[in-house]
Design a binder for this molecule. Structure first.
Ligand code: AMP
Ligand code: ZN
Length: 335
């Protein structure tokens, strides 16, 4: 028993050979790269998208596929953005790929839109990123856009949607989502890869990567601007169990459920923890689960899809009459 558990733990280490074969097999099996493709990889400066860019380039070169791999970075206009742009430039240079940088401020003032709409910065930022990731590469002649989303991004999203009964969103968890109309085909070459594998891969190739996830998530204090209040996070260096023990020691009543579904965005880490626990018994449990989700979606995804409309203002794809970015822009009085 003890021996078995030890073997299982040892197997949780990173095997770069199996990782690379797994990513290449994903690209081949799901036809993520096809002849004549122009693929733009959306690179944030982090390890995951850097690994996606590098592995797609390696694949095209190794199998001599007649396809181009390029990079797209979105400068979000935050304090840390110039540093990220610099890292991405070094990544593109190291890999010998063409890089296009788009500036979010040319489409929307994220902070002002968040303030005017009351939507969290992350939600506005996500909307403008999705908008640019589809529009810009398409206008540059792309046939597909790739992201660095990894297995745990999808599994955390999966459980969250399952708990919230948003089953239709889970059908989008696939290595490739075919484009329709002005919507570009999306590919996710790292859907069966773990974040630590992406990290080890970038390290092994000596690729520069950013380690900070988002400045709005990690600073002890974010200064306010205009009507935006200054945010302070006094517990940034505290552990959740410490906060819990403290409240208990003071006899303070606390709620145990974080939201009605119990699995909001903040529960990402808990889902990862749950999967890590399951991997102690079966080191490939996470991979099997991911394969199961993709297999289910491939077999049972409904053929009928929501129609893609064109935004009345900018002409970009949307499910409603006006796209999210134009709606936010109109709140700011922009034309
Ligand atoms: P995230 O939503 O930050 O976890 O990022 C998911 C994926 O979106 C990354 O793996 C990248 O492919 C892409 N991405 C995120 N931020 C940017 C950015 N600023 N520029 C280009 N691509 C990005
Ligand atoms: Zn629009």
């Amino acid at each position: 028993m003890l021996v078995q558990i030890r073997v299982a733990v040892a197997k949780q280490g990173v095997d770069l050979g199996s990782y690379r074969r797994r990513v290449f097999e994903t690209i081949r099996r799901y036809r993520l790269v096809e002849m004549g493709d122009v693929i733009y990889v959306a690179v944030s400066g982090g390890k995951d998208s850097c690994a996606a860019l590098s592995l797609l380039k390696e694949y095209v070169e190794e199998y001599r596929v007649d396809a181009e791999v390029k990079a797209l970075h979105i400068n979000l206009g935050f304090g840390y953005s110039p540093k990220l742009e610099e890292i991405v430039k070094r990544q593109a240079e190291a890999l010998g790929v063409e890089l296009h940088v788009a500036y979010a401020k040319d489409y929307l003032d994220i902070l002002a839109a968040s303030k005017a709409s009351g939507r969290p910065i992350c939600s506005v930022c996500g909307a403008v990123k999705r908008y640019i990731m589809n529009k810009v590469p398409r206008e540059l002649g792309a046939t597909k856009v790739a992201t660095g989303h990894h297995m745990y991004d999808f599994l955390a999203y999966y459980f969250k949607n399952l708990a919230g009964q948003n089953h239709q969103w889970n059908f989008k968890i696939l290595p490739k989502v075919e484009g329709r109309g002005l919507l570009l085909t999306k590919i996710r070459p790292l859907i069966f890869a773990r974040p630590e594998e992406n990290e080890a891969y970038c390290k092994s190739k000596g690729l520069p990567v950013n380690e900070v996830c988002c400045e709005y998530g990690i600073l002890p204090k974010v200064e306010g601007r205009g009507l935006l209040l200054t945010k302070i996070r006094p517990l940034i260096f505290a552990r959740p169990e410490e906060n819990e023990a403290y409240c208990k020691s003071k006899g303070l009543p606390v709620n145990e459920v974080c939201c009605e579904y119990g699995l909001c965005g903040a529960a990402h880490a808990e889902v990862v923890e749950m999967l890590r626990a399951a991997r102690r018994r079966d080191p490939d449990f996470d991979l099997k689960l991911m394969r199961g989700v993709v297999d289910f979606n491939t077999r049972f995804r409904p053929a009928e899809e929501e129609p893609v409309k064109k935004c009345k203002i900018c002409g970009e794809p949307t499910s409603g009459e006006v796209c999210t970015v134009c709606r936010l822009r109109s709140l700011l009085g922009a034309t």
